[in-house]
Ligand binder design. Structure first.
Ligand code: AMP
Ligand code: ZN
Length: 113
C-alpha cells in the first residue's frame, strides 16, 4: 500500500465503492463520476503508479485487467465499450495508481478530447 493513495485505500476497504468484481490480484468498481451509462475502473491491488511501473512480474495481472474488463462489461450487458488508461496529468490522469477505465452504453466520438 502506498500512503495517501486513494485507490490503495479502496483496496484496503477504507473508502466505500460499488464493487463489481474482486479477486486476489485486482478489484473492479463503479466510477464515482461516470462519464457514460457504464463506467467502471479496474485496478491491480498492488500499488503501481501507472503503465511505466508495470514490470515483467506484473504482466499477468495487467492482462487480467483487460480480460476481466471484458467479462464485467458483458455481465453489465455491454459488448461494445472503450478502454482508457490515462498516463500522466497531460493525458488526464488524476489518481496515480494504475487503473483501466471501461466506458460504454452510449455512442463514442473519436478522437477523444
Ligand atoms: P483518471 O483521471 O484516469 O486518473 O481517473 C480517476 C478516476 O477515478 C476518475 O474517473 C474519478 O471519477 C474516479 N474516482 C475518484 N475517486 C473515486 C472514488 N472514491 N470511487 C470511485 N471512483 C473514483
Ligand atoms: Zn495505490
Amino acid at each position: 500500500m502506498s500512503e495517501n493513495c486513494l485507490f490503495c485505500k479502496i483496496v484496503e476497504g477504507e473508502i466505500p465503492v460499488t464493487i463489481l468484481y474482486e479477486d486476489e490480484d485486482i478489484i473492479a468498481f463503479n466510477d464515482i463520476n461516470p462519464q457514460a451509462p457504464i463506467h467502471f475502473l479496474l485496478i491491480p491491488k498492488k500499488h503501481l503508479s501507472g503503465p511505466e511501473d508495470v514490470a515483467i512480474e506484473d504482466e499477468r495481472v495487467a492482462g487480467k485487467l483487460m480480460r476481466m474488463g471484458n467479462e464485467i462489461a458483458l455481465q453489465e450487458g455491454c459488448s461494445q465499450y472503450r478502454v482508457v488508461v490515462n498516463n500522466g496529468p497531460q493525458a488526464g490522469q488524476t489518481v496515480f495508481h494504475l487503473h483501466m477505465h471501461i466506458l460504454g452504453g452510449r455512442d463514442m466520438s473519436w478522437p477523444p478530447g
